[in-house]
Ligand binder design. Structure first.
Ligand code: UTP
Ligand code: MG
Length: 628
């Protein structure tokens, strides 16, 4: 697990993240669609931003008018009209600020909701192969922090862009209108400031990107460590974990300090340049006032404008930097939303389903009477590593109970994964009733499949809810019957609260065997045409297992079933036993035939039988010694 934390390894498989400089407009246009999905809100937001800017530009002009009027005419001035005008703009400002906070927040929430929804929708339909390369922590960071910052940019960034550009344009026009030469002197600072801001922000964003990258790795490794906490403790690896984690947090510390220093330098520089502009306005404006070129009111308005003029630059440079920095987030989110499952319905199947939908026919699905499954020279390898299945030929008819045995890593789970179409064969075909299963819909296949996995997942909620997962409209009686067949009824009725008791997150309050019994009941309830069980009975005791076996033989009637079991005594009744070694079927036949062959199965069976026998013997002798 620890090599997972290595810098290089961690990036394995995520190389689709390019960290390019500059802003990729195409990408942002694609994301902007999320904002523009709310045209009314966006229009109101824009109007509010423009009104805010107009009000802010208006105040110095009113002040100027008042000062000049008072200077010229003294007591005859009607101050009330200026007062009313000022008040009107104050009301406008208050309303527009309130408006943009309200609508900005609304857009932000909507956008973040929509991005998350799309991302989640896509994650649900992606194939297992996608998850093989992406740790849960990585995906969580995409759905939480990346999503947050993008929605911030898409709402508040847009607002500031409109407000900032309107305000700067307004101030520039007002200054040029009042006095062209003085305006040009003040505006001469602008290019320097813009250049400096963009450069500085770029540096800030670079270090901030490092902070984020490290942060995402910390989340990933944190997640891994917590998930594996039992194993780590059992193998006394706490110190090692702490060490790798420590390195990551040290890196985080360094990057954060650099980022803070840069941010701390930037602001004083902007303020200095802003003050320089104010100083220039004061000196040249002062001289002009003395020679009578401009009025006192104009000078005061100029001074106010120079102070406000640079606020938007700061904001815009910040958002520009933020956009550059969030580029990677944007790419990752888009890649997640657009990621195509490598296992999906073929265009023909999609067309057929769309047609069925249009003419109001129910899609093909549950309750299909499947007669035969054939594997035709099926080969398979995962994205990394060598070939796992090497030419499997197999034909299973309705009602047949197939057992698969073989040593660890021989490809048993891979074989059933292919049947469930969690992965597809790299070569060869799997036919269901003579038709390649890729020519049918995934929904069709999966609604006819019942699966009990090696590590069965239990969701938060009650026991009944967990069983109901196999058939959402099941009645309480059906649930209880399924549980009885699975041999789960016994332990469930002993728990306080019966079927309604909560199982805790991920079934934390159940034993491994109990979890298996529940997922077994779930599969029974679904009543599938094909039943797949991977080590389904590995965590239950022998008595419970016999209970399951009893229900099972009845359940398997008339279905196609594939059972992977390590305890060979449980599969003696199987119609056919396949022995898999190194991705090939090396023996096939029923128990008696294979025993008579005296091959690999015979060896495995006698070995296990001996083990069990000697265990029983030792139990016996143990009991004898302690009994009086
Ligand atoms: P399987 O997972 O099919 O083996 O892996 P198995 O027979 O079920 O083994 P047990 O009994 O449950 O332990 C077959 C091979 O495929 C590789 C494994 O390393 C193994 O060698 N494999 C498995 C991958 O390369 N990637 C995976 O995601 C899973
Ligand atoms: Mg397995």
């Amino acid at each position: 697990m620890s090599e997972f934390f290595d810098d290089d390894n961690y990036e394995d498989g995520f190389t689709e993240d390019s960290f390019e400089e500059g802003v990729d407009l195409g990408l942002w246009r694609q994301l902007m669609a999320y904002t523009l999905h709310y045209p009314v809100e966006v229009t109101i937001l824009a109007v509010c931003a423009i009104c805010t800017a107009i009000a802010e530009v208006a105040f110095p002009l009113i002040t100027r008018a008042v000062i000049d009027a008072v200077g010229n005419n003294g007591a005859e001035v009607n101050l009330l009209q200026y007062g009313l005008l000022y008040f009107a703009f104050v009301v406008l400002l208050a309303c527009s600020v309130g408006g943009f906070i309200w609508f900005g927040g609304k857009i932000r929430t909507h956008v973040s909701h929509d991005i998350r929804k799309n991302g989640f929708q896509n994650l649900q339909q992606l194939s297992f192969a996608y998850y093989d390369f992406r740790p849960v922590g990585w995906l969580m960071a995409r759905m939480t922090s990346d999503c947050e910052r993008l929605s911030n940019i898409l709402a508040w960034g847009l607002l500031d862009l409109i407000w900032g550009s309107t305000m700067m344009l307004g101030i520039a026009i007002a200054m040029l209108y009042m006095d062209v030469s003085l305006a040009l002197i003040v505006l001469s600072v602008l290019p320097v400031l813009a250049w400096m801001s963009i450069n500085f922000q770029r540096r800030i964003l670079k270090s901030a990107r490092r902070v984020r990258k490290t942060n995402s790795r910390i989340t990933g490794s944190f997640n891994e460590s917590i998930m594996g906490v039992r194993t780590s403790k059992a193998f006394v690896k706490e110190a090692e974990n702490l060490n790798t984690f420590g390195k990551l947090t040290d890196e985080m510390f360094e990057a954060s300090v650099l980022n803070q220093v840069q941010a701390a330098l930037y602001l004083p520089l902007v303020l200095t340049l802003g003050s320089l502009a104010t100083g220039l306005a004061l000196v040249f404006g002062g001289v002009e006032v003395i020679v009578g070129g401009v009025t006192t009111g104009t000078l005061i308005a100029f001074l106010t404008y120079t102070r406000h003029f640079f606020e938007p630059i700061e904001e815009l440079a910040h958002w520009f930097a933020e956009m550059q920095m969030a580029q990677a987030s944007a790419e990752r989110i888009i890649s997640l939303i657009d990621a195509e499952s490598d296992i999906q319905d073929s265009p023909e199947v999609k067309k057929k389903m769309a047609l069925q939908h249009r003419i109001g026919l129910a899609p093909d699905g549950h309750g299909e009477d499947i007669q035969q499954i054939e594997f035709e020279n099926v080969r398979f390898s995962y994205a990394v590593g060598g070939e796992v299945l090497k030419g499997i030929n197999l034909s299973i008819s309705k009602g047949e109970n197939i057992a698969i045995v073989g040593s660890t890593g021989s490809g048993k789970t891979s074989l059933v994964n292919l049947l469930c179409r969690f992965y597809e064969p790299t070569a060869g075909r799997i036919l269901i009733d003579g038709i390649d299963y890729r020519a049918r819909s995934l929904e069709w296949l999966q609604s006819n499949l019942g699966i009990v996995l090696q590590s069965s997942h239990i969701f938060g909620g009650s026991i009944a809810d967990n069983i109901r997962y196999g058939k959402l409209d099941a009645t309480r009686d059906e649930i209880v019957t399924a549980a009885k067949k699975a041999g789960a009824h016994g332990f469930i009725s002993q728990i306080d609260g019966d079927y309604d008791s909560e199982v805790g997150k991920a079934g934390a309050r159940l034993s491994a065997g109990e979890k298996q019994l529940i997922s077994f009941a779930r599969a029974i309830l679904a009543d599938p045409a094909i039943l797949v069980m991977d080590e389904a009975t590995s965590s239950v005791d022998t008595v419970t297992e016999q209970e399951i076996q009893r229900g099972l033989s009845e359940l398997l009637q008339g279905r196609i079933s594939l059972v992977i079991a390590h305890r060979l005594s449980t599969i003696r009744q199987a119609d056919r036993i396949l022995v898999l070694e190194h991705g090939e079927i090396i023996e096939s036949g029923d128990h008696a035939t294979l025993m008579a062959q005296r091959g690999r199965y015979y060896f495995l069976y006698s070995q296990q039988h001996l083990d069990e026998f000697s265990r029983e013997q030792s139990n016996w002798s143990h009991e004898e010694t302690i009994s009086p």
